[in-house]
Write a protein that binds this ligand. Structure first.
Ligand SMILES: Cc1cc2nc3c(=O)[nH]c(=O)nc-3n(C[C@H](O)[C@H](O)[C@H](O)COP(=O)(O)OP(=O)(O)OC[C@H]3O[C@@H](n4cnc5c(N)ncnc54)[C@H](O)[C@@H]3O)c2cc1C
Length: 377
């Protein structure tokens, strides 16, 4: 067992830290925006980090997107700006199905531009009436001769309105197909999603008689869920990476504050209850980080087979981030409540992580199912 990161990964961490330093001065304003912040996007482009999201052959870094590298970058970016973390993550989440199932023409057209963050990507699964139970979705594909027609609505879609390409999951006959839909296709309209607790580039999408060529289907007709699962295999663990980064940033804030602020003649950090909370935070972060790196390393070798590891890591790390950031606010007293202070931002940003890419309860269900299957009980 070797718990040290290989030099190639350590180098990627350094690149991510350099990008985070560029973004830091505008992080507060970017994290309040529900449109893309041009400065953050430019910093991401200049960093070249999105190259991690596509295969080397199309301008990427590794032979295929590497879950551990992606995790490490999200850990760093989330500690500085949720906006930057989301822009980075979506480049992979919204293009991975092209990498695994796109035609040569589709890969050549889209992936190099995704790698340079010239085109933003998005994945549209959720609908107003359909969240965790995705199989109930209603958006529909109808074959019309050599072309396809897409009709329906999607809700809470990250990068909606900003993306150049959307991977849209829709019902086709008795199955579900993932379609590659260029953002400028006639018949697409986008309206704002209501503002959420931690602003995010989100939109409601409508597809009204959108005409697409037959090769807009990614993979076989009716096999769209396979591609969604393949995407989760690589990217679900990266949410855990982001949660670890968020919790670490919260602890760093609380450590700084409790060492500087004196009450009862001593720094807060030296008061019994506060030092206990600091110790609990550090221990829980380290536990989640170890599980996250383990799950990401498993996913490097076999993303599909290791989805249960990724689910455990996402569950553990997002729940941990909620507990840690709450304790950090507590340790900082009234200063932890100040609107748009770093800790208050982290407090709000931790909350959605337990809901998107698999709500905690849904993950527990799938982890328990895996336990039953593997033990035969
Ligand atoms: C910031 C943000 C960004 C998002 N970006 C995207 C995006 O880019 N693309 C996209 O398609 N979607 C996106 N979503 C939507 C997200 O994927 C859904 O919110 C998520 O799938 C949960 O669906 P829901 O919110 O409809 O909750 P529901 O499915 O209504 O579930 C509500 C709650 O019920 C419980 N529950 C549900 N099912 C079960 C079960 N089987 N067992 C036990 N308990 C259960 C859980 O506690 C869950 O939190 C985003 C959401 C957010 C908040």
């Amino acid at each position: 067992m070797n718990f040290k990161l290989d030099p190639a990964y350590a180098e990627i961490q350094e690149q991510a830290r350099a990008c985070a330093r560029e973004i830091e001065p505008v992080a507060v304003e970017a994290d309040e925006m529900s449109q893309v912040h041009p400065g953050v996007l430019e910093a991401l482009r200049q960093s070249g980090l999105s190259r991690l999201m596509v295969p080397k052959q199309f301008g990427g870094v590794f032979e295929k997107p590497d879950p551990l590298a992606i995790c490490l970058v999200r850990e760093v970016l989330m500690g500085t700006s949720a906006h930057a973390d989301s822009l980075f993550a979506l480049q992979g989440i919204g293009s991975y199905a092209i990498t695994v199932a796109g035609s040569d023409e589709q890969r050549e057209r889209w992936l190099p531009r995704v790698a340079m963050a010239e085109d933003l990507a998005a994945l549209a699964l959720t609908e107003l009436e359909t969240g965790s139970d995705l199989k109930a979705l209603k958006t529909r594909i109808t074959a019309q001769g050599d072309s396809l027609r897409l009709d329906g609505d999607k809700s809470f879609i990250s990068n909606a309105g900003a993306a150049a390409l959307y991977l849209v999951l829709a019902r086709e006959d008795e199955g579900y197909t993932l379609l590659l839909v260029p953002g400028d296709s006639p018949g697409i309209s986008v309206s704002p999603t209501p503002e959420i607790i931690a602003p995010h580039v989100l939109g409601e999408m409508r597809f009204d008689n959108v005409k697409l060529p037959a090769d807009a289907r990614l993979g076989e007709p009716g096999r769209g869920f396979d591609l969604v699962l393949a995407t989760l295999g690589v990217f679900r663990v990266s949410v855990a990476g982001a949660a670890v980064g968020l919790a670490q940033a919260a602890l760093d804030e609380a450590l700084r504050h409790t060492n500087e602020r004196v009450q009862f003649g001593r720094p807060l950090a030296r008061l019994g209850a506060v030092s206990q909370m600091l110790a609990d935070c550090a221990t829980e972060i380290e536990m989640a980080r170890l599980l996250t790196y383990k799950a990401a390393s498993e996913a490097v070798h076999d993303p599909a087979a290791s989805l249960h590891w990724s689910s455990m890591a996402k569950l553990a790390a997002s729940e941990m981030a909620g507990r840690v950031v709450d304790r950090c606010v507590q340790m900082m007293g009234r200063f932890g409540l100040v609107r748009d202070s770093k800790i208050e931002r982290l407090y709000r940003q931790a909350r959605p992580m337990r809901i998107y890419e698999g709500a905690s309860e849904v993950l527990r269900q799938s982890i328990a199912k895996q336990l039953h299957q593997s033990t035969g009980q």
